[in-house]
Write a protein that binds this ligand. Structure first.
Ligand code: 13P
Length: 292
């Protein structure tokens, strides 16, 4: 078990019609809590870091913490660098021990997106079993340093999907289908389920080949999540909800313990709340008990 890249666990998820939760963490306390939740549920896991923590704590520190946790875990765990537009940082993360990297060149032209994504895929594959995610179309909203306005958001063109995957040689494909990063303005955002189905059929046919990634998990209703999984989404990204969990748990704790100066107790409050959030997601995604 332990340290793995994303591709194999996601092909298995596609085959089994469930999705693996991909949870963005900003620090080691959150990382440990997400691992603990997945262990309790015996679920495969993708830990993700956005670019800001990757620069602040550094990819070597994050990768070392991941490795220490994953090596003693009874479940497969991948460490993924999320939405990185900087080719140099993608390479540094792969060098440091991340096992999956997302190069996000989705704001570039089609040809430039292919060129940048292919260069990261070639580099990571050259190092060994490090897999790569690319995005086509542009997912709206705010994810860390990537800000995409409603006008800039663009759906993935199914006619370009096969060419993109073939020419970039990526392992996981993130098609923009209307989900967005951050908090949705409505409970029923307009999602393009048919487009996801078309893309899944085009890329996978009857046997899983290219795992599909769904971005913008926070705020989607459970029935919508299950529908996206049934249509082939097998990596499900959740970030904003975990940030809210961390900040709300810290605030709640401090508002009743303002005279205490014991950071370990704040960490424990964050740990407990994060475990609850992640366990709930694992149940909705259907990946509990799939670690074996
Ligand atoms: P949310 O922040 O909306 O959960 O999206 C997460 C995501 O897609 C990270 O890539």
């Amino acid at each position: 078990m332990g340290v793995v890249s994303a591709r194999e666990m996601l092909l298995k998820a596609t085959e089994g019609k469930y999705a693996v939760g991909a949870f963005n963490v900003t620090n080691i306390v959150q990382m440990e809590a997400v691992v603990e939740a997945a262990e309790r549920k015996q679920a495969p896991l993708i830990l993700q870091t956005s670019v800001t923590p990757a620069r602040f704590l550094g990819v070597r520190v994050l990768a070392a913490a991941y490795r220490a946790m994953a090596e003693s875990a009874s479940i497969p765990i991948c460490l993924h660098l999320d939405h990185c537009a900087d080719v140099g940082l993608c390479r540094a993360a792969a060098d440091a021990g991340y096992t999956n990297v997302m190069i996000d060149a989705s704001k570039e032209t089609f040809e430039e997106n292919i060129r940048l994504t292919a260069s990261v895929a070639d580099y990571c594959h050259g190092l060994g079993d490090i897999t790569v995610e690319g995005e086509l179309g542009t997912v709206g909203g705010v994810e860390d340093q990537i800000k995409v306005t409603e006008d800039e958001a663009a759906l993935c063109d199914p006619d370009q999907a096969e060419e993109f995957v073939r020419r970039t040689r990526i392992d996981l494909f993130a098609p923009a289908i209307g989900t967005a990063h951050g908090v949705y303005k409505t409970k029923t955002p307009k999602l393009h389920f048919d487009r996801l189905r078309t893309i899944f059929d085009l890329l996978n046919g009857t046997s899983p080949r290219v795992p599909l990634v769904i971005h913008g998990g926070t705020g989607l209703q459970d029935d919508v999540v299950r529908r996206l999984v049934a249509l082939g989404g097998c990596k499900f990204n959740v970030s904003t909800e975990l940030k809210h969990t961390l900040i709300d748990a810290t605030f709640d704790y401090l508002s009743t313990h303002r005279d205490e100066y014991d950071p370990g107790r704040i960490d424990r409050a964050v740990n407990k709340a994060t475990i609850q959030t992640v366990e709930r997601w694992i149940d909705v995604l259907g990946c509990a008990g799939k670690a074996g």
